[in-house]
Design a protein around this ligand. Structure first.
Ligand SMILES: [Fe+2]
Length: 189
């Protein structure tokens, strides 16, 4: 081994390591900027709160689909492997819609896994593998929790006249989740 070679522990090639400043936060999580949306501040704040809860739960469901896509087994392996990935993609689209609605309303979207884990109300899945029926039941449970939450949000946002958020909740979140529930539930008949 040459004496000039760089190893992983050799700091010589890191003369000025880049360290992000901890004081560089430009908007704290629990604050809202006022965007000119002709929307009452308290209405926006309430929507931001519920959207972040729904976002954390949707991210958890999205990741649950990928876990099950990888870990599924049994005679229906290939079909479920494909179905779980299709739903993963649809949930990923919902995640982006919800997060960007939070930002549109002036809030800060939940983004990172530790924050999602702290916030979600969906029960934690085991690290190990589960059989296909248990996987489907676990997914159905998560969908139903999200649908319950989304319907409450649909009512609240309609009453508060935040129709932009209401449209995302009804047209995207509720309809996508209901359709995915149908595709899952038929496996248990
Ligand atoms: Fe894959």
């Amino acid at each position: 081994m040459s004496t000039t070679s760089i190893t992983r522990t050799d700091p010589a090639h890191m003369k000025e390591p880049i360290v992000p400043s901890t004081r560089a936060e430009t908007q704290s999580f629990n604050s809202a900027r006022r965007n000119p949306l002709a929307l009452d501040e308290s209405v926006a704040a309430a929507s931001i709160d519920s959207l972040n809860q729904l976002l954390a739960d949707t991210m958890t469901l999205r990741d649950l689909y990928k876990k099950h896509h990888w870990q599924v087994s049994g005679p229906t392996f290939y079909m479920l492997h494909l179905l779980f990935d299709k739903h993963f993609g649809e949930q990923a689209e919902l995640v982006d819609l919800l997060a960007e609605r939070v930002q549109t309303l002036g809030g800060v979207a939940i983004a990172m896994a530790p924050d999602v884990a702290e916030t979600t109300s969906i029960p934690r899945a085991p690290k190990g593998r589960e059989d296909a029926t248990t996987q489907i039941k676990r997914l159905l449970q998560a969908h139903e929790m999200i649908l319950l939450e989304a319907r409450a949000m649909a009512r609240d946002t309609a009453a508060a006249e935040d129709v932009g958020t209401n449209d995302i909740i009804v047209s995207n979140v509720i309809r996508t989740n209901e359709l995915e529930v149908w595709f899952l539930a038929e496996h248990l008949q």
